[in-house]
Write a protein that binds this ligand. Structure first.
Ligand SMILES: [Zn+2]
Length: 342
């Protein structure tokens, strides 16, 4: 039987823009409501560093009240999701580590890559701070909770050696940052996962990172080839981009493809697209899922982002389509305990 793990990256936009209530809390509510209808449990990757940073500014008034009150809403949503059976794990965007709030706008750091964020000690400190915050949060309702998995922001988990060493020290046993086949080169960081087969079910993150050991399980994100133009033309993707034009333009500029010819070539080429149930329209999902269910691959880690969830119909289509299929849905913690825990 095939297994699907549905993950959500719970976060603001990478450049610090967005509104916590409108872009995270409300769309997450809608996602959780659809999940409830289908009895699906998500694995929510909680971006801990931005909320730790926001906690430092908890006396700042954000229009509807103090940041402290907004943070309480976020923490309650995460705790309630956990109590409803969803798995909560760690997501880290290191650009928030040195972020500052000035004139109501966040200025995040220039380096967005966790793998390349500095010394081994610095990477350890960032991951440790995030893990401690998440565990402190969930321990308010369940002292048995353990944070076991991590996803690097923007999937930038290369080089992976320092991340592995921090993970081992902190007892993290699963990474889910790898985007098989994909390559990203930008001024803020990047990755090259072109040597990793999209057919892989699971791998070992330490081995992929050049370590001798095979102790950290890699659950790669499911990818499939898609022409960029096809994705750009999908209505939901357009909505997602318009809702955060500045962040999209920044991301495009960071690619460094400055000439028009290069830009045109870029949008007509294929990319390894992550299977994203928030933004991919039903026809693209259907094409992929038909092939996926016939393929020898057994494990699918699919993704979504509340901040880009504008059309309920995309995720509803996914859940309705899968309802009639002989497929097992589980969380990362469940998958780990079933398959790797003695
Ligand atoms: Zn993220």
């Amino acid at each position: 039987m095939k297994t699907f793990i549905c993950t959500l990256d719970y976060e603001l936009f990478g450049n610090g823009s967005g509104d916590i209530i409108e872009d995270i809390v409300k769309p997450t509510e809608r996602l959780l409501a659809i999940a409830r209808k289908h009895n699906l449990k998500f694995t929510i990757f909680f971006e801990a560093i931005e909320f730790l940073k926001i906690r430092e500014y908890n006396r700042v008034n954000v229009g509807r009240g103090l940041y402290k009150e907004t943070l309480e809403i976020v923490e309650k949503q995460i705790i309630d999701a956990y109590l409803a059976g969803h798995d909560i794990q760690l997501h880290i965007h290191p650009q928030w580590w040195d972020a500052v709030l000035s004139d109501g706008k966040w200025k995040v750091g220039e380096n967005w890559s966790l793998g390349d964020f500095g010394s081994e000690e610095k990477i350890y400190s960032v991951i440790k701070a995030g893990k401690n915050y998440l565990e402190e949060l969930i321990h308010r309702v369940d002292t048995n909770y353990r944070c076991i998995a991590i996803r690097a922001g923007g999937y930038m988990a290369q080089p992976g050696k320092s991340i592995c060493s921090a993970m081992k020290k902190l007892g993290l046993v699963i990474d889910s940052s790898v985007v098989p086949g994909d390559v990203l080169l930008s001024s803020r960081g990047g990755y090259d996962y072109s040597q990793i087969s999209p057919e892989s079910d699971y791998l070992y993150f330490d081995k992929l990172s050049g370590c001798e050991s095979s102790e950290i399980i890699e659950l790669p994100i499911t990818t499939f080839p898609l022409r960029r133009i096809r994705k750009l033309c999908s209505i939901s993707a357009i909505k997602a981009r318009l809702s955060n034009k500045k962040s999209s333009l920044d991301s495009f500029a960071a690619l460094g493809n400055n000439s028009l010819i290069k830009k045109i070539r870029y949008i007509f080429s294929s990319q390894w697209q992550t299977f994203d149930f928030c933004i991919l329209m039903p026809d693209i999902q259907r094409n992929f899922l038909k092939d996926a269910l016939r393929s020898p691959k057994k494990l699918f880690v699919v993704i979504g982002h509340p901040k880009s969830f504008h059309d309920d119909k995309n995720f509803s289509f996914f859940m309705n389509y899968m309802a009639s299929k002989d497929v097992d849905f589980c969380t990362i913690s469940e998958f780990y305990h079933r398959n790797f825990k003695a």
